[in-house]
Design a protein around this ligand. Structure first.
Ligand code: 8YV
Length: 329
């Protein structure tokens, strides 16, 4: 039986690479830089599988150039880099890494909410610049977190984790909007109340975005939505760039139409809109919501588990589609 041949598209943990090398012929890209589409196609032309990191676009053009490809294991829960229909039509299996990052990502969402509401990075820059000369009653006075209204747009596993933290840890009133309403038992666990998107925008003191990116969610927060929010509100995006219209957000922050934003993801990242960089009332982090070593290791292992299961004909831990599989050649 032919050993499957695999590309690992970006640097991952050495021990995960070793697990893969034990079962497959592995070409490991050691670069941190994401492979450009033409280079990815060139390296995948003779491969049966690939471990991607959420940034490599898997579309019809790539699939046409890689006829031997059978499985793409994304080391991310989001898989908006996949054209799932094109993959299914081409008989290519896609997988992702849900569950292992839920609590870590919810921790970070809450941390970003608190840092933003309480103006932590703005205050630290002030201190580091040697500008702290005295106490003042309103020095970096921020927004209250405990007892306020937490809004969540996108109530999947991570959204529910943030809701539980808000309701049970900080006594917040939790409201949410989602494509579908949660089952009553889950709503009760999160102490969360379902509202319309308009109500969510109008009532949230802190609004956290945790929805998947798709054509439907592109610019889910744009000028009209920002105008409906409270002028005292905080907006947090730990979902995907492109869900927020970053230019419109920068304009709203500049005009103080909302109070502050905490952003871990950006349109066109790793570039960041220059108008956002110019605003003091925004906390910016480089897409690190899942970044603890334990969680990133678990994500890499889950992507490897999917590849190993796929090629040994075992049930997949986390498939994202159900193609009619191609034969190995
Ligand atoms: C990843 C993420 O770090 O899981 C996701 O969807 O956005 C992050 O956890 C990123 O996609 C790189 O793998």
């Amino acid at each position: 039986m032919q050993r499957p041949s695999i590309l690992v598209a970006r640097a991952v943990f050495p021990e995960v690479l070793e697990r893969l090398r034990a079962a497959f012929d592995v070409e490991a890209n050691q670069e941190d830089q994401v492979l450009a589409p033409a280079e990815l196609a060139r390296r995948l032309a003779d491969k049966h599988g690939v471990l991607t990191t959420g940034a490599e676009r898997i579309d019809a053009a790539l699939l046409a150039a890689c006829p031997r490809l059978r499985v793409v294991a994304n080391m991310a829960v989001g898989f908006n880099n996949f054209d799932v229909d094109a993959m299914t039509a081409a008989g290519v299996q896609g997988t992702n890494t849900p569950d292992v990052l839920t609590e870590t990502t919810a921790d970070f969402g809450f941390a970003l909410l608190m840092a933003t509401a309480r103006r932590m990075t703005e205050a630290e820059h002030f201190l580091r610049a040697g500008r702290w000369t005295q106490w003042r009653y309103d020095l970096f006075a921020g927004a209250e977190v405990h007892g306020s209204t937490l809004g969540i747009l996108g109530m999947g596993r991570i959204g529910q984790g943030i809701a539980r933290r808000g309701a049970h840890g900080f006594g917040m009133r939790v409201i949410y909007h989602n494509r579908s309403r949660l089952a009553p038992a889950l709503e009760a666990q999160c102490a969360a109340q379902y509202v319309s998107k308009d109500e969510l925008l109008a009532q949230s003191d802190h609004l956290v975005l945790v929805l998947p990116y798709s054509a439907e969610s592109h610019h889910a927060i744009g000028p009209a939505e920002l105008a409906r929010m409270k002028p005292t509100a905080t907006l947090v995006n730990i979902a995907r760039g492109g869900i927020v219209d970053d230019a419109a957000l920068a304009a709203a922050l500049r005009a103080r139409r909302i109070a502050a934003a905490g952003l871990d993801v950006f349109e066109g990242e790793p570039r960041v809109h220059p108008d956002l960089l110019a605003q003091p009332n925004v906390v910016l982090t480089p897409h690190i919501a899942s970044a603890t070593l334990a969680t990133r290791r678990a994500m890499a292992n889950k992507a490897a588990d999917n590849l190993l299961a796929f090629f040994s004909g075992q049930p997949l831990p986390s498939p994202v589609n159900a193609p009619v599989h191609k034969k190995i050649r």
